[in-house]
Design a protein around this ligand. Structure first.
Ligand SMILES: [Mn+2]
Length: 320
């Protein structure tokens, strides 16, 4: 790593492109931005993404007040650094792709470069960028520290995957600001339409109890998936939300992890629900869905209750 870092340190008078992956996330932007601030001392630097930016990344981009390019033409630059990926698939929309360096923390992909700083044990590219800045002797500003922390927090699912080394880096990065300020950088509020759908679903909710498990049914005009997810956040163990569009019935469900121990697999149940409504169904164990022909709400609800009772036993309706 040291040799590679030295080669980067001496870059000057170059037109540098920092190329982020498809739908760039916070870790990619945080890393690219701090690299840009360093390289800008002696070079001309542009940050670019491929195709799009994740929603949270747009918010961070506004906060750091940065302009970025989309799907750049690499032939306009003389030194290109790919950030937070090493897979062709993730950067293929860049034109005339050429690469001089890769800085990444994922399993090595199919891209090759003369300078590769890849550490798959690092939990975020922001961790690697922090180490590079230390090697460069670059003193990070408070906002740069905060932004790198945002990258780390977001790539570790709010530190869930953080290890000893991650916490060491965090302790070195935390400045004269609270951890809450870092969390604020990565928090995005849901769209107003999603929140309205959730509140409507909650208002129309029907509740059932299987011993200690709470199951909720509701109906909406749209946004069934987000509403089901948010009902689970409210405290429901399994949420099922139905929508009718023209002649199609769409049902979305979400469950808490604890239902797995009770033998409930929502993908399996919704495969049957799909057949029941003469359509198709499936999904994941904690997120099942089905689409098919319109049937009365009560009939579909009763079918699902019966399927659940095969594993959970008797149910009781809760008055709301
Ligand atoms: Mn990352």
């Amino acid at each position: 790593m040291e040799e590679a870092v030295k080669k980067l340190k001496i870059l000057e008078k170059k037109n540098i492109l920092l190329l982020m992956h498809h739908n760039a996330d916070i870790d990619a932007l945080a890393s690219a931005w701090v690299l840009k601030n360093y390289f800008s001392l002696k070079n001309n630097v542009t940050i670019a993404t491929c195709e799009s930016l994740a929603k949270q990344t747009k918010k961070l981009l506004n906060i750091i007040n940065e302009e970025i390019v989309k799907d750049p033409d690499c032939s306009a630059y003389d030194f290109i650094i790919v950030v937070d990926t090493s897979s062709y698939e993730q950067v293929k929309t860049a034109k005339n792709l050429k690469i001089n360096a890769i800085i990444d923390h994922h399993e090595k992909g199919d891209l090759k470069a003369e300078i590769e700083i890849i550490d798959k044990n690092a939990k975020a590219t922001a961790c690697i960028v922090y180490e590079i800045m230390k090697e460069f002797g670059y003193e990070l500003s408070e906002i740069e520290k905060k932004v790198l922390l945002a990258g780390i927090v977001s790539d570790t699912a709010h530190l869930r995957f953080a290890d000893k080394n991650t916490f060491k880096i965090i302790s070195e990065l935390i400045g004269n600001f609270s951890f809450g300020e870092v969390l604020n950088l990565i928090a995005v509020e849901e769209d107003v339409s999603d929140r309205i759908a959730t509140l409507k679903a909650a208002k129309r909710m029907e509740l059932y109890k299987f011993n200690e498990l709470i199951v909720a049914f509701s109906k909406l005009g749209s946004h069934e998936a987000i509403a089901a997810r948010n009902l689970v956040k409210l405290g429901v163990d399994i949420a099922i939300v139905m929508t009718k569009k023209d002649n199609e019935l769409r049902i979305s469900s979400r469950g808490k992890e604890k239902i797995l121990a009770k033998g409930i697999n929502l993908a399996e149940i919704f495969k049957k629900v799909g057949e029941f409504i003469q359509g198709s169904g499936g999904g994941h164990d904690l997120a099942g869905s089905a689409n098919g022909k319109v049937k009365p709400y009560e009939i579909v609800r009763n079918f699902i209750l019966k399927e659940l009772s095969k594993k959970l036993g008797k149910w009781k309706k809760i008055k709301v």
